[in-house]
Design a protein. Structure first.
Length: 99
């Protein structure tokens, strides 16, 4: 059983373009969803092969936008990571109230 676990933001194909549109660092994001997916799947395999459990945290762009506004967080790599961690912690029962 894995000793370590991480959450990784997982995007829906139909929302990828919109996620790029609202992200401040879109120039660092893959243009095509399939390119992002290939890289993400490679990262999952890399983590899992090292014994780390990976939790895919599905993103909804509108919910991310609302959460970021509520918490005064920019939508960039750091902000998406914060949101991913928030969702994973909530899912695992670690934050029963909104942060």
């Amino acid at each position: 059983m894995p000793q370590n676990a991480i959450g990784i933001a997982w995007y829906h194909r139909h929302q990828w373009e919109r996620m790029r549109e609202v992200s401040e660092n879109r120039e660092k994001m893959a243009v095509l969803y399939d390119d992002w997916l290939k890289n993400a799947e490679s990262q999952v395999k890399k983590f899992e092969s090292s014994g780390t459990a990976v939790h895919k945290v599905y993103m909804d762009v509108d919910l991310l936008i609302a959460w970021a506004a509520r918490h005064n967080v920019k939508i960039n790599m750091h902000g998406r990571t914060l949101y991913t961690n928030y969702l994973l912690a909530h899912h695992m029962g670690m934050n029963k109230k909104d942060i």
